[in-house]
Design a protein around this ligand. Sequence first.
Ligand code: FES
Length: 64
Amino acid sequence: MYVCVCNGYREADVLQAAARGERFAEEAYRSLGNGPRCGRCLEVAQALIDSSPDAPAPARAQAA
Ligand code: FES
């Protein structure tokens, strides 16, 4: 399933970035080659990263 239509990133691409340690959608996109464009997908991409068992704990959880 496509998460980001602008860049053609699929769910698996975002999860791979999360597995490499990216914890924010913008950073994950840059690591995949292109940063966000329209930004409509960022909330979904961030939810994917946050739910990934491979991703480090989200920064906001560490601050609590
Ligand atoms: S759909 Fe991802 S930046 Fe536009």
